[in-house]
Design a protein around this ligand. Structure first.
Ligand code: M6R
Length: 610
């Protein structure tokens, strides 16, 4: 959460910083700010409440020639979203800091600083950092050692960049729990919380490890590990187009990302599913040997990624024939769970930086798991760097806060995982053959599902004035109903809940009336007859229903019942396919309601605080 950009260059950096913030805005959009050092001992700091565009307008009429600067877009944790709480924070006119994360002991530090005469001008936890730098700087030889000393006093998580107006040719960076990359240019260097911010100016990055700090000048980058020893963090070329974060003519990132799904799935399958099998190294070198020993799979994730895990549980238990548990990371990390013999820990995460999922992985590393595997979309992320085995999703950047293509690519990867484990154990050849065929068919089937955009658009008006909605599914479609409900509430702010359809009459049926639309995911599978009975129970209570059905389900639209037919597909991939119309539904309802689709209120894309 929050986005950081910094630059030490030989050219004016203001536009580079603001452009970087705009590319990072998906990480937080409550307020934004920039500090530019003028090179002569002064600094200009401009901050605005609201989106980066508001900051950009405020900067438009002033020419800033400074070649060193830092910038930030905020997702509020401590202190309301306001100009007063926007970063950079400063101590006097000299030190400036931008910070991602949470300083947990900020109250104690603030009290001590106030006793020492410091006056605070924000309600943030961050401001203690910059006053501490000011306070300790006379006692240390340079800015880097001052920052290192300050970090010894901090508890919590941070990725931060510090600027000193009296030393305009350097920036100091430090990370613990919040990602930071360094970008390499010609006689210039950059800093960001995500490489995406810097793609117009460089493709060459190194990633700081936990506890690292760095001294960044135009000419050089020196990195120090947690104990202060200078280390090398290799710089690598990053294979991503600079326009990867453009909307490509779509009205919203979310819509673009929905339509990117066939391509994203093709990319994830490429070179990994071939010759009737999942390739031996698809989940990393040595994964086949590991999978042959696995007796239990523990999946840990948050939000949409958790919903993907819930689908996988059905596949793993039914087709691989081993037990699987799925847990929300924020619960897993704070309870003493039972580690089954021969357990593999699988984390699912688009960003690879979700604080709870990362903490769950770190906890699991101290427990008796065989190994950890992450299915993740971001190559530079902490989960990727800290897991034993990695499946890189290759979905391409997902910018819309509401996850779409990451979900369907996660499901694709999880189905491949089932095949890979069966291969390693030499079991269930029938499932393996069927799954591989269905996976190869998937991009085309998704392409077909995308043609539902128009019919679903016409349903959206019927939801726009509703305050609540129920989503129903059974079996491996129950998590798809959960995902549909999450999407709807996230971007349209309509309260939506998902239920396993058989659970309705145990309570939620009391809510059903003409004002409570009920959405049902109903592929033609062995549970369809049960589901049909549940649908009748709801209809008898006067509800308005929307059924996403298999074309051979034989549902007919009639008053109070809208049916959207999906092309029939192999049952193994129907959870993936049925998530597409639900993505469209939430998108078009949000359009009708006029909410901010890509940056819904109160949310941010990457949840790097717990
Ligand atoms: O990056 P992750 O997959 O770890 O993120 C987990 C959740 O924060 C994320 O899926 C969130 O629920 C999405 N906004 C849902 O659309």
């Amino acid at each position: 959460m929050c986005g950081i950009v910094g630059a030490v260059s030989n050219r004016p950096v203001c536009d580079i910083l603001v452009d970087g913030l705009q590319r990072l805005e998906y990480r937080g959009y409550d307020s934004a700010g920039v500090t530019i050092l003028d090179g002569a001992g002064s600094a200009s700091c401009v901050k605005r409440q609201g989106k980066v565009g508001i900051l950009a307008s405020a900067l438009a009429d002033t020419q800033f020639n400074g070649t060193t600067g830092i910038a930030h877009t905020r997702w509020a944790t401590h202190g309301a979203p306001s100009e007063r709480n926007a970063h950079p924070h400063q101590s006097g006119e000299r030190f400036f800091v931008v910070h991602n994360g949470i300083i947990e002991n900020h109250d104690d530090l603030r009290d001590a600083l106030v006793r020492d005469g410091y006056v605070f001008s924000s309600d943030t936890d961050t401001e203690v950092i910059v006053h501490l730098i000011h306070q300790l700087s006379p006692h240390y030889a340079d800015l880097r050692s001052t920052v290192q000393a300050v970090t010894q006093k901090l508890q919590g998580a941070y990725g931060m960049v510090v600027a000193d107006s009296q030393s305009p040719d350097e920036l100091v960076v430090s990370r613990s729990g919040s990602p930071i990359v360094i970008g390499y240019g010609e006689n210039e260097h950059f800093i960001a919380s995500d490489p995406l911010a810097l793609l117009p100016v460089t493709r060459r990055f190194s990633v700081l490890e936990e506890g690292d700090s760095a001294h960044v000048t135009r000419e050089a980058v020196r990195v120090f590990d947690v104990s202060g020893v200078e280390v090398i963090r290799a710089a690598n070329d990053f294979d991503m187009k600079s326009d990867a974060s453009d909307k490509a003519g779509y009205k919203h990132y979310m819509l673009k990302e929905i339509f990117e799904q066939p391509e994203a799935i093709r990319r994830t399958l490429e070179g990994r599913v071939q010759s009737g099998a999942v390739s031996a190294d698809a989940f990393g070198a040595g994964s086949q040997a590991l999978f042959s020993q696995v007796k239990h799979i523990q999946i840990v994730a948050c939000g949409t990624s958790y919903n993907a895990g819930m689908v996988a549980r059905h596949w793993i238990e039914q087709h691989v024939g081993i037990s699987c548990s799925v847990e929300i990371a924020s619960e897993f990390r704070y309870r003493q769970s039972f580690v089954h013999d021969g357990s593999l820990l699988v984390t699912l995460s688009q960003s690879g930086e979700t604080a709870d999922t990362l903490a769950a992985l770190r906890l699991a590393q101290s427990l008796n798991y065989l190994a950890s595997l992450t299915i993740c979309n971001v190559v530079t992320s902490s989960l990727v760097r800290e897991s034993d085995f990695v499946y890189l999703m290759k979905a391409g950047p997902e910018i819309g806060v509401a996850s779409t293509k990451a979900f369907t690519v996660q499901l694709t990867a999880l189905l491949m995982l089932c095949v890979a484990v069966c291969q390693a154990k030499q079991t269930n050849q029938t499932f393996r053959d069927e799954a591989v065929e269905a996976l190869l068919q998937l991009p085309e089937s998704i392409q077909q599902a995308l043609t539902l955009a128009e019919p679903i658009k016409s349903l959206a008006d019927k939801f726009a004035d509703k305050h609540h909605a129920l989503f129903l599914g059974r079996g491996d479609q129950y998590p798809i109903a959960m995902e549909g409900a999450l999407k709807l509430k996230e971007i349209s702010y309509i309260h939506a809940e998902a239920y396993a359809a058989g659970e309705l009459k145990h309570g939620p049926l009391a809510l059903v009336d003409a004002d409570m639309p009920v959405v049902v995911v109903a592929p033609n599978n062995e549970l369809l007859d049960k589901l049909k009975s549940n649908i009748e129970e709801v209809r008898a209570r006067g509800s308005v229903m929307y059924v996403f059905a298999d074309s051979d389900d034989h549902f007919e639209s009639e008053p109070g019942l809208d049916v959207v037919n999906m092309a029939h597909a192999n049952h193994l991939i129907t959870p993936i396919l049925f998530s597409i119309p639900l993505q469209f539904l939430s998108y078009y309802v949000a359009l009708v309601k006029g909410t901010d689709v890509d940056q819904p209120r109160n949310l941010a894309k990457s949840v790097t605080v717990e």
